[in-house]
Design a protein around this ligand. Structure first.
Ligand SMILES: *Cc1c(COP(=O)(O)O)cnc(C)c1O
Length: 231
């Protein structure tokens, strides 16, 4: 079995190679290690190997790990579907939320963000795949949602996130990622200052980086195949 440390090195090399091939600097792409379903010991191993940013999909599981690890300098990203009745824990414990798909979520997170913490960083999740996907806001509705989220005091709108259909071929995935970049460019041209494109996972991070990803969310290639049932 390869170690988490060796996997991390390999993924970092892959990220750097994809960035360089796209004429970008490797430092422009952040690596988010998706630790969902893995026990806290695995996260600690990755942290020891120098990984700082971790992504979790389930509120209670994520909060348990954040509390158990309590290492300085770690950054926690909530990347899964979020129910309105679970926002309080997320606002209190996480640094980022990637999966904003309605104003009510952002309003609750903003109101519930503890006053002694900096604003919660958020991304709007966009459905770039049309009927092939259920999650995320439709591209035509992003501008209105983004303007409303950007006006909230307790959150800071950082960018956009997408999860294209997993069975898409290379050309289709590239087009999905490119469409998210064009949306970000359009919002910035309209006056927003979005610096984040959260896109790319273990199987398609190279394509996402070629299309402008600034943050790739990688689980399997770092921790191995998940054996625990999700959800
Ligand atoms: C699980 C998950 C990932 C990581 O997927 P891998 O294929 O294991 O790299 C990335 N983003 C989201 C939103 C996820 O739920």
């Amino acid at each position: 079995m390869t170690s988490i440390s060796a996997n991390l090195q390999a993924v970092r090399a892959r990220v750097a190679a994809a960035a360089t091939a796209a004429g970008r600097h490797p430092d422009e792409v952040m690596l988010l290690a998706v630790s969902k379903t893995w026990p806290v010991q695995r996260v600690a191993e990755a942290a020891t190997a120098g990984q700082r940013m971790f992504g979790e999909n389930y509120v209670q599981e994520g909060v348990d790990k954040i509390v158990a690890l309590d290492l300085p300098g770690l950054e926690w990203h909530f990347i899964g579907p979020l129910q309105s009745n679970k926002t309080r824990l997320v606002a209190a414990h996480f640094d980022w939320v990637h999966s904003i798909d309605r104003l009510k979520l952002a309003e609750r997170l903003s109101a519930q963000r503890p006053a002694d913490l900096p604003p919660l960083n958020v991304c709007i999740q966009v459905n770039v795949s049309g009927e092939a996907s259920k999650s995320g806001v439709a591209p035509a509705e992003v501008a209105e949602l983004a303007a409303a989220v950007a006006a909230l005091p307790g959150v800071r709108l950082r960018g956009l996130m997408c999860i294209p259909e997993p069975d898409g071929d290379e050309a289709l995935l590239r087009e999905r990622f490119a469409s998210l970049r064009r949306l970000r460019d359009m919002l910035n041209a309209a006056g927003l200052e979005l610096d984040t494109l959260s896109m790319g996972m273990s199987h398609d991070l190279d394509l996402a980086i070629a299309e402008g990803a600034t943050m790739v969310r990688v689980g399997t290639a770092i921790f191995g195949a998940r054996t625990v049932r999700e959800g």
